[in-house]
Design a protein around this ligand. Structure first.
Ligand code: G4P
Length: 559
């Protein structure tokens, strides 16, 4: 009898919760949820999710490593990635692929510092992977832009910076390698403005550089942090008379002292004032100086960063803003990586949690397909380790086992059927015909092509006129071809041959009237179908596009 009552009670409770679901995007107003909401609000307050962007060699690996060391997420320096292996030449990129277990865990890492849970997202340094970078930035709430003091703003920095600007996220600048002789710090600020078009506001200022490097003056806390190669922190609090303080004069030689006082005066008079609102809008970048290799200025940077960087905010969806605390669990897939662990041949979809509490084993709506799916073995990434995560909160990155159901941009949510803003796809700019050298491996060839295209790094088209069915690959950067070829061999045992094609861009064909395909053929274009069977034309140049447009006025050529 009591068992019967319990069942009735459970049914009633379920019905009450269901009735209290107030709209179709999962906003509840049940008083009994208050404790959970309080818990989520507290977790959100302590989350920071950011990406580090830099030109190769600026010190991203070194900085990441030092940050992880603070959080105790790794014990040994040098543990993040093999240094020499991650340079941007193709062969080296492939080396990383060989060390997949290491390089891929660094796609998203979490560490804890002073009660804060910090998620670092890794972005590929090479421009050919800019689409991948854009997707990763879609999952970040802010970015740290790392510059080499001797090189300033480099080509890859410019490209990555533009991607951050498109996202409108706050950008923090860390100028690295102050232990070496570099460019004049004032010139570096000017470069930020001239080359990147962003105003800057240094929160600390270097005292000398290279062999003369003495430390940094913290403009906010009015103190000097003395440069120490031995990793210990030593501060001099500046008294009321500022840097005229005798203790400072004893440490810094008269020339350096004079220079420092002139530069600080100049910054006070002519520099951009500190403005939190502008920083959060991405219109002003706070600048920090330091030396990642000697772990100098990194902790101060991290502490400033934690007070300034935004925690997870509401995200746009097709049904309005999704609040991280008020809404039930939701998130989106921003990256898919096949064969993360070659021993298991698994595929992981990376989910950014946007709202509510994510729990292991929960059943959620997969909005694109309209299906309910269970999330049985979610993983979280702690430096080199992958752990099964029992729960996660807004800002966190969770790795989901992907049996082939996810696509980049997919929304998962506990309640409702809203979708987060689409992550734009970059149009391919390079095309090649691909053939399978070993015809006995047809199945593996098809599987490899399909799986790698689902990761979103290549697009696949098929020719269909003249009854031939050639497979054409489209990529954003040339290097992706080489990586594709290498991965098909390494992961699927398939040798392929690539024939580069002269086309430079693709247009999707739409028309309200029946399309006469013969009129869409020309010497300098190719009519193909994409994976959704839509008609696409690959063009060699703009002239050819205009010519076909003139010939087919009723046809639309969409990007
Ligand atoms: P990346 O991930 O951005 O490509 O750069 P990474 O951290 O690998 O650093 C590139 C090189 O710059 C490394 O030297 C690294 O030791 C050095 N480096 C990083 N931060 C600093 C710094 O603050 N000061 C100085 N002087 N050097 C720094 P490498 O010779 O290429 O590698 P390794 O032999 O040190 O491993």
């Amino acid at each position: 009898m009591s068992c019967f009552l319990l069942i009735i009670y459970d049914i009633l409770e379920f019905a009450i919760i269901k009735r209290e679901t107030i709209n179709n995007f999962g906003l509840r107003k049940d008083a009994s949820m208050d404790n959970l909401k309080e818990l989520i609000a507290n977790e959100v307050k302590h989350r920071r999710t950011f990406a580090i962007i830099s030109h190769p060699d600026a010190g991203k690996t070194t900085l990441t490593e030092k940050l992880l060391l603070f959080g105790g997420a790794i014990r040994l320096a040098g543990a993040v990635k093999g240094r020499k292996s991650k340079k941007y030449a193709t062969s080296d990129w492939m080396e990383i692929e060989k060390e997949r277990g290491i390089s891929v865990t660094s796609s998203a890492m979490q560490f804890i510092y002073q009660d804060n849970k910090i998620n670092i997202l890794d972005t590929p340094g090479h421009q050919d992977f800019s689409e991948d970078t854009y997707r990763t930035l879609a999952a970040a709430d802010s970015a740290v832009m790392l510059l080499d003091a001797a090189k300033g703003v480099e080509t890859q920095t410019i490209k990555l910076f533009k991607t951050c600007r498109m996202r409108g996220i706050p950008i923090f600048t860390f100028i690295n390698k102050m232990d070496r002789h570099g460019k004049d710090p004032l010139d570096l600020l000017q470069e930020l403005e001239d080359v990147l078009g962003i105003r800057s506001c240094p929160l600390n200022w270097p005292i000398g550089m290279g062999s003369e490097f003495k430390g940094i003056f913290d403009r906010q806390h009015n103190r000097i942090e003395l440069y120490n190669k031995d990793d210990s922190r030593k501060f001099i609090e500046v008294a009321e008379n500022g840097i005229e303080d005798q203790r400072i004069k004893e440490i810094i030689n008269p020339d350096l002292h004079q220079r420092l006082s002139e530069e600080l005066l100049l910054l006070d008079i002519a520099g951009d004032p500190y403005n939190e609102e502008k920083i959060l809008q991405g219109d002003l970048t706070p600048v920090f100086f330091g030396s990642a290799i000697s772990n100098f200025g990194v902790q101060s940077f991290l502490e400033h960063f934690l007070t300034l960087a935004p925690n997870p905010k509401a995200q746009k969806s097709n049904m309005g803003l999704i609040d991280p605390v008020l809404n039930d669990f939701s998130g989106f897939i921003f990256k898919i990586q096949a064969n993360m662990n070659p021993a298991h041949r698994d595929r992981i979809a990376f989910l950014r949690v946007c709202s509510g509490r994510f729990e292991r084993g929960m059943v959620v709506n997969h909005v694109r397909t309209g299906k309910k799916i269970k999330l049985p073995q979610p993983q979280q990434f702690l430096a080199q380790d992958r752990n099964i995560s029992e729960e996660a909160f807004p800002g966190d990155i969770v790795g989901l086992f992907d049996p082939g159901i996810y696509r980049i941009g997919d929304t998962l949510c506990e309640e409702g059927n809203f979708e987060f803003e689409k992550i734009p796809q970059f149009p391919p700019e390079h095309f090649a015909r691909v053939t399978n050298v070993d015809t006995g491996k047809y199945k593996q060839f098809q599987k490899g092509i399909n799986q790698l295209s689902e990761e979103g790094t290549i697009q696949i088209y098929r020719t269909f006129i003249d009854r031939t069915e050639d497979i054409i690959l489209g990529v954003v950067g040339q290097l992706q071809f080489e990586v594709f070829e290498h991965r098909l061999m390494a992961e699927y045992g398939v040798k392929i041959q690539l024939y580069h094609l002269p086309y430079q861009f693709a247009r999707w064909i739409k028309s309200d009237e029946p399309i006469d395909l013969t009129k869409l053929n020309s010497m300098r274009s190719l009519c193909v179908k994409d994976q959704e069977d839509q008609l696409v034309i690959l063009f060699e140049n703009e002239f050819n596009l205009r010519w076909l447009k003139d010939k087919n006025p009723s046809v639309r050529f969409d990007n």
